[in-house]
Design a protein around this ligand. Structure first.
Ligand SMILES: C[S@@+](CC[C@H](N)C(=O)[O-])C[C@H]1O[C@@H](n2cnc3c(N)ncnc32)[C@H](O)[C@@H]1O
Length: 231
């Protein structure tokens, strides 16, 4: 699709505003991406072949600097994690962490997560999808850029195995309400917490979470399960 054609413009959840990369980040992308990164151009990818050991695969969308995702992969060796990001500096940072800590159940992909979910992930192939502190796009005219939309939820549900999870977190109260309202209307998901989940321990704290807390924001977690047999 051509971005410059207004009729066909893709509405993206991000704006590329990347400053200069450090030499270390450039080196990491050049030398470590071939080892711990995943290339994808089109068509469904065989996710199981990406990892050293077979295991249930969890997609982490927009890992930022990757600190929380690396911690999660280390504490959950029973899962294989594929982190998706468009931000190259953060990807370089996470590649260095994977190398330094020898994390074998974590791979990264520089890609637009929505495009990858659409064309690169087969139906019922994921054990989980996590979306932690996505860009909130607070202005009303930008709400269309939010990752969480009715059609996005339908697509995520299709890619999840029955019983698979979608875990989302945000410190933006109005986006949290938006997520709750849309997921309440999504027939493919059940919400075992009947609202926001409390006392969540499944997620290490991240830089964006701490920033929100410093500003006095409350953090909201939504954990949903893919119903069996609805699609
Ligand atoms: C606010 S940060 C949160 C980072 C991290 N999850 C955390 O909790 O610290 C949101 C991240 O999502 C990434 N992002 C936004 N849209 C994306 C997309 N379509 N595909 C992949 N990453 C995306 C941004 O580049 C950014 O790094």
């Amino acid at each position: 699709m051509n971005d410059s054609n207004p009729q066909q413009r893709i509405i993206r959840s991000f704006v590329r505003r990347e400053g200069r990369l450090t030499d270390g980040q450039i080196r990491a992308l050049e030398q470590l991406y071939p080892l711990y990164g995943v290339d994808w151009t089109d068509g469904p990818l065989d996710l199981n072949r990406l990892f050293v050991k077979p295991g249930p695969v969890v997609l982490d969308i927009g890992f930022g600097d990757g600190e929380a995702l690396a911690a999660m992969a280390i504490t959950h060796p029973e899962y294989n994690y594929l982190g998706l990001e468009v931000y190259r500096a953060g990807t370089g940072k996470l590649l260095r962490r994977i190398e330094a800590d020898g994390i074998s159940n974590l791979k990264v992909m520089l890609t637009d997560a929505t495009e990858f979910l659409k064309a690169g992930v087969a139906s019922a192939s994921l054990a989980g999808v996590q979306l932690f502190f996505p860009d909130p796009w607070p202005k009303k005219r930008h709400h269309k850029r939010r990752m969480v939309q009715p059609e996005w939820l339908t697509m995520v549900a299709d890619r999840l195995q029955p019983g698979g999870f979608l875990h989302m977190a945000t410190d933006w109260a109005e986006y949290a309400d938006w997520m709750l309202e849309l997921t309440n209307q999504a027939p493919d998901f059940e919400n075992p917490h009947r609202g926001f989940a409390s006392n969540v321990t499944a997620r290490p704290s991240s830089r964006f979470e701490r920033r929100g807390l410093r500003k006095g924001h409350q953090v909201f977690d939504l954990i949903l399960l893919r119903r069996a047999g609805t699609l």
